[in-house]
Write a protein that binds this ligand. Sequence first.
Ligand SMILES: [Zn+2]
Length: 265
Amino acid sequence: MSESSASALLCTQCGGELHPDEGQLFVTCPFCSSTVYLDKSRVVFHWSLAPTLSSEQAAAALRRWMSGSQTVKDLDKKARITSQAFSYFPLWYFKWRDNKGEKTALEPAAATSVTELRTLNLPAGDLQRYDPAIDAQAEAPTVPLQAARDWLSERVPESEVRESALVHIPVYQFKYDYNNQTYTAVVEGATGKVFANLYPSKNEAPYLLAGGITALVYLCLALTPVAGSAFGENGFSVALAAALILGLVAAPFLIAFAAWVASKI
Ligand SMILES: [Zn+2]
């Protein structure tokens, strides 16, 4: 594989010699027309993914995500989208094999606040040769291939990469304001999937409080017969009956309380 022979610049597809100009990173092989990317003295395939969503459809995908269950209630109505920009974002794409079959992984190839992009399920069948016509919209990779491989081997120590590639994926980056804070979300332009590291999420504290109150009420009820047994056999029976009745009476109130909490956030 050409990856191991660092001295020669050979096409990953046909083995033809490549003679890039100084500083040239994106090269089309003169022999087989493969598009490759040069990272230091490594040559890797260069792919891109075509967008299938218009900017309106991307905005609609973001609104759907905002109205979903992950984000704070009514975020789709309360958030104000302040900017929207389309670009092709670079990712390093790694393939290796283990005893369960072929594995793949992605790492961002440029700085981003949305590192979640690495969880993208890349539709490998839809990858096409990188077309230099999209250069103007394509963000240049700034993360060296080796650095990305180091990240990968930290995350997945058993990964022995056999193939690396550069992939430019279409993304719509949105900025929106909510509660005087600015957030970033990325809508992947081929699948409409939304990626965000930070977003106004459902606050879990009220749920924990409601759950805690319920647990406390039933703990007290469970201890009542124990306390009652201090007053002899009868004390235990009376306290047990009282606890059972109180438990049944309390249940609808606690359920109503939990439902009320859920409706508020
Ligand atoms: Zn070639």
